[in-house]
Design a binder for this molecule. Structure first.
Ligand code: KG4
Ligand code: ZN
Length: 357
């Protein structure tokens, strides 16, 4: 009886949380997208993203410029998110924000802003691991018809500009890495190749675009031999570098004349590396449900080839393009799960440039 009385307030608090509709405001500022999203429980009310154009001419994200742009964008992005969600700031029940991994200066803008809002509104603050956000982006509900979610456990192939991992997702709170890149991420393989071909940043969408009419079997790029479920992409980029050097020496128009086939063949090598390790992970774990997430999962060829796994009886979840690259909707969803468990952060929480899943 005494024990029951002791745990009664806890049960009561949980019941209140479960029975009421939680309005979560999510903030994402880990790299070069400033985003604010609002959810009511899992249901998305708004998701506003300001992408920073300033980096394009530098061939990569310039950290200092990114922090400044976040400072300039965050208030207008918040105002627009509130407007689109048709709510007032005072309706918000918790503030979720990305606390890493990412660029420290960029993270500081989002985390300080989140703390300010949490103090002003007297609502809980929830730190969210950006990578958890990418994984949980599959649990965003847009319409009442959205009822098809990945099972637990499932495998998530997380492919972004900074990460390439196969994650075993046991629950929204429990994820383990089964394999990851030992050097470059898949997104870097795209971005660095695009740079070699003379394009700006981000290179992934540009390679994807030029690859479309190309012949993916025209050129061969050797795939690395990496143990277990780990990946490597730096050798692929180097082989493209030497190949281009050699061909350009013979014909300085080589890239222009073969652009589509070059992009298609290089992209195909990346798809094959990702596919091979994913199939190995499915075989090793016997988990026949996979999801893709992260910016690189916007790639049209990756989406097409992974969708064919359905024919082998594997459940495949490919996110809508808008949830592949960085967005605050995924941060709000991950924040909502923590809200359910009342896993709140104190005001002295600090962001981390490096953070594991
Ligand atoms: O997840 P994300 O927005 O940021 C990080 O957390 O890193 O991913 C950005 C990465 C960049 O490397 C970009 O080139 C790549 O995603 N990306 C693509 C495509 N769209 C974005 N890579 C290949 N094909 C695409 N269509
Ligand atoms: Zn990301």
């Amino acid at each position: 009886m005494r024990l029951f009385l002791l745990i009664l307030p806890e049960i009561f608090a949980k019941l209140i949380i479960l029975s009421h509709k939680a309005i979560i405001l999510g903030i994402e500022s880990s790299c070069d997208d400033t985003s604010v999203a609002i959810t009511e429980n899992q249901r998305l009310l708004s998701n506003v993203i300001a992408s920073q154009e300033v980096h394009k001419k530098y061939g990569g994200v310039v950290p200092e410029l990114a922090s400044r742009a976040h400072q300039m964008n965050i208030i207008p992005v918040l105002s627009e998110a509130l407007k689109q969600a048709n709510i007032k700031l005072s309706d918000v029940n918790a503030i979720a924000f990305t606390n890493g991994p990412g660029l420290l200066g960029s993270l500081m803008v989002g985390s300080s802003f989140a703390k300010g809002l949490s103090i002003a509104l007297a609502v809980p603050l929830i730190e969210v691991n950006h990578l958890h956000g990418h994984v949980l982006s599959h649990f965003i509900i847009e319409n009442d018809s959205d009822k098809n979610f990945p099972d637990f456990p499932h495998l998530c192939l997380l492919i972004s500009g900074g990460h390439t991992q196969i994650v075993r997702v046991n629950s929204p709170y429990d994820m383990t890495i089964l394999g990851s890149t030992i050097d470059d991420a898949a997104g870097e393989a795209f971005d660095k190749a695009a740079k070699l071909l003379g394009f700006g940043y981000p290179g992934g969408p540009i390679i994807d675009h030029y690859a479309k009419p190309g012949n993916a079997r025209r050129f061969y790029f050797p795939k690395p031999a990496v143990a277990d479920l780990n990946f490597s992409f730096s050798g692929l980029k180097t082989s493209l570098l030497y190949f281009l050097k050699e061909e350009l020496r013979k014909n300085n128009q080589f890239v222009i004349q073969n652009l589509n086939d070059l992009c298609a063949s290089y992209q195909q090598a990346i798809v094959e590396i990702l596919m091979e390790k994913t199939l190995k992970a499915i075989e090793q774990t016997n988990i026949r449900c996979i999801s893709l997430s992260g910016g690189v999962s916007a790639n049209s060829e990756i989406r097409k080839q992974f969708a064919t796994l359905e024919q082998k009886g594997i459940r495949v979840f490919i996110p809508p393009i808008k949830y592949t690259t960085d967005n605050a909707a995924m941060i709000a969803i991950a924040g909502y799960y923590k809200y359910l468990k009342k896993t709140f952060s104190s005001l002295d929480v600090v962001p981390f440039a490096k953070l594991n899943i």
